[in-house]
Design a binder for this molecule. Sequence first.
Ligand code: GCO
Ligand code: MN
Ligand code: MN
Length: 388
Amino acid sequence: MSLYQPKKSDRFTFGLWTVANRGRDPFGEAVREAVTPIRAVQELSKLGAYGVNLHDNDLVPIDAAPSERTRIITEFKKVLADHDMKVPMATTNLFYDPIFKDGAFTSNDAKIRAYAVQKAMRGIDVGVELNAEIYVFWGGREGTEVESSKNPVEALKWMRECLNFLIGYCKDNRYPLKFALEAKPNEPRGDLYLSTTGAMLAFIETLDDPAMVGVNPEVAHETMAGLNFVHAVAQAIDRGKLFHIDLNGQKMSRFDQDLRFGSEDIKTAFMLVKLLEDSGYQGSRHFDAHPYRTEDDAGVWDFAAGCMRTYLILKEKVHRFNQDEEIQAILRNLTADPEKIGSSLHAYSKANATRVGGLAIDRIATGKRGYGYEKLDQLTMEIIMGVR
Ligand code: GCO
Ligand code: MN
Ligand code: MN
């Protein structure tokens, strides 16, 4: 059905690393060939994606000579142009190489922190060359197993120093990039610093240019920690800080599963799509997920198509929800305020204090009110389940 056919205006993007995931895990070897960056662009464009995102080393090998780097980037830019595909986001791999085994920006070793900053500056150069608008920082190894090994206050200072350094680098070079910080509670480290989106939002205010920095929340990461992802995203939206988002599926309290978007907890996925669409979020709908280990090459593209199709189906359900008279009547009734009491709470003033202080509120009667949430939730479920 064409309603569910992705269009460029949907701004669906995939990390090169997502479709290239070979199914390797701690218990088993790779099960399929890596999809090359060029093939990822070709196939994803056929499926209707807007673009791809990448780590520096998804495209340019870590040991590539400058001439090799130039050749790879030139070739990649041509493929992007030929397929009308964009690279809206880029990032640095600061977790794979053994040098980062005890962290990058939070390593105890100043030389390693410097190497991480050097690698990030080069990654930023690549991102800018590809016209990326957002540069993501995910602190893959920024954490500990042995708490006594690092001073956690120092670690935050080092993290701040490195990010400020890179903010300075962008300004000095007049790069129009914005940064988006991605939180995760654990994995691959026992514990990661700045483990939630809320923690990131507080940390951002301590940076040299908070306006340049927002967040990149990921469904799996808040869910792993048993937290409500929709609420985390709402807080970011409230602060004007939702610069990017990592969509995927995740069962609670597990390892980072990175499942196809919407494949777990469909109600939360629905509420997330509703929040993004109702809020007017303009950024990428980026999928940071990977195909099941059981899949061959065909399954990789089923996975990618499925992420986008599910998003569009849910978007259509959101439209139904917003147009549903019975549901909207329930919602209107919940916030009805015939005496305009709410306006007296907008700000403190002597007059408002007198009014609020003097209100005759029937606590007993008000406490007896039923809210009708059983009905509201059932109607919502019926929309999601396709019978309404
Ligand atoms: C993970 C993270 C990564 C980052 C990626 C981009 O748990 O592995 O989600 O996939 O999002 O490195 O920064
Ligand atoms: Mn992610
Ligand atoms: Mn993740």
